[in-house]
Design a protein around this ligand. Structure first.
Ligand code: C2E
Ligand code: CA
Ligand code: CA
Ligand code: CA
Length: 279
């Protein structure tokens, strides 16, 4: 009867059916977008407080749609996950980001990680470790220069699978960070059990760091906890000097946000010397 109710609802609700056909259309276009080369990556620099160097960049995907214009990942990643298209799209992102960082390394820019977002759906694929390994081999990027950003939501998956997969990724020599840290699930035991390198403080806590005592306490506590667990910690969404100063004073290792730079095309990263040539 659930099924009948849903169909009835959709039938009598013109807005719903417009949305449904729109979604179907976008899903079909998403399917062709890879072949048509419509995805692009932009890169956002990550600043290391102590050295003052850019020690990493996060790769962020964009869809350059022929009619819709630039489509945000917020709009198409959820659909890509629902349709399974996230697997080939994610593979393209990983390969492109590794290839780009290898080119930066070969051109003599300083040692630098490229961070790639890995959705929980991709993480669930049983060949994920093999895929990452293949792409590292194929592009020749040193594993230590690749970082995968996962979210706390992977801990919803089978615990043995999660730990085994993270262990295997670790053995490849890559780094792993927990993205959007603090917004996810309540149990922190995974911090003890998962082999990870870095926590990424979610933008929502950084936002009001200098305006709300509550957020300041949360951010400072995440930094302190990370440090006592021997994890690196990076703050995202840093937009102001005040936020920057606060994070620095609390011992945060790195930061990322508009205060340093928006995400930029690869050429702009090197043109503006956001990364430093060392040879
Ligand atoms: P995220 O991983 O949390 O990425 C950070 C988002 O914050 C990016 O949005 C970035 O442009 C934005 N941002 C960076 N600095 C600032 C700042 O100072 N202020 C504000 N207000 N925003 C800032 P973007 O690029 O629209 O990406 C949104 C989300 O889409 C990402 O959130 C991530 O969850 C997802 N995403 C992006 N690229 C990929 C991808 O290749 N694969 C997967 N699975 N997800 C992706
Ligand atoms: Ca991210
Ligand atoms: Ca994030
Ligand atoms: Ca986020």
């Amino acid at each position: 009867s659930k099924e009948i109710n849903r169909n009835t609802y959709e039938f009598f609700n013109p807005v719903m059916s417009v949305q449904a056909s729109e979604r179907l259309e976008v899903a079909q276009e998403l399917h062709k977008a890879l072949d048509r080369n419509e995805f692009v990556l932009v890169y956002q620099p990550q600043l290391h407080f102590e050295s003052g160097q850019i020690t990493g960049v996060e790769a962020l995907v964009r869809w350059q749609h022929p009619r819709r214009g630039m489509v945000s990942p917020v709009e198409f990643i959820p659909l890509a996950e629902e349709t399974g298209m996230i697997v080939p799209i994610g593979e393209w992102v990983l390969r492109t980001a590794c290839r780009q960082n290898k080119a930066w390394q070969d051109a003599g820019y300083g040692p630098m990680r490229v961070a790639v977002n890995l959705s929980a759906y991709q993480f669930k694929q049983s060949n994920i470790v093999q895929k990452v390994d293949e792409i590292l081999q194929e592009t020749g990027l040193k594993p230590e220069y690749l970082e995968l950003e996962i979210t706390e939501s992977i801990s919803m998956q089978n615990a043995d699978y999660v730990i085994e997969t993270l262990d295997q990724l670790n053995r490849l020599g890559i780094q792993i960070s927990i993205d959007d840290f603090g917004t996810g699930y309540s149990s922190l035991s995974y911090l003890r059990d998962f082999p990870i390198h870095r926590l990424k403080i979610d933008r929502s806590f950084v936002n009001d760091i200098t305006a709300s005592d509550g957020d300041a306490v949360i951010a400072a506590s995440i930094i302190a906890m990370a440090r006592s667990l021997n994890l690196e910690v990076i703050a995202e969404g840093v937009e102001t000097e005040k936020q920057f100063e606060f994070l620095l004073s609390k011992g945060c290792n790195e930061m990322q946000g508009y205060f340093i730079s928006k995400p930029l095309p690869a050429e702009a990263i090197t043109d503006r010397l956001l990364i430093n040539k060392i040879t």
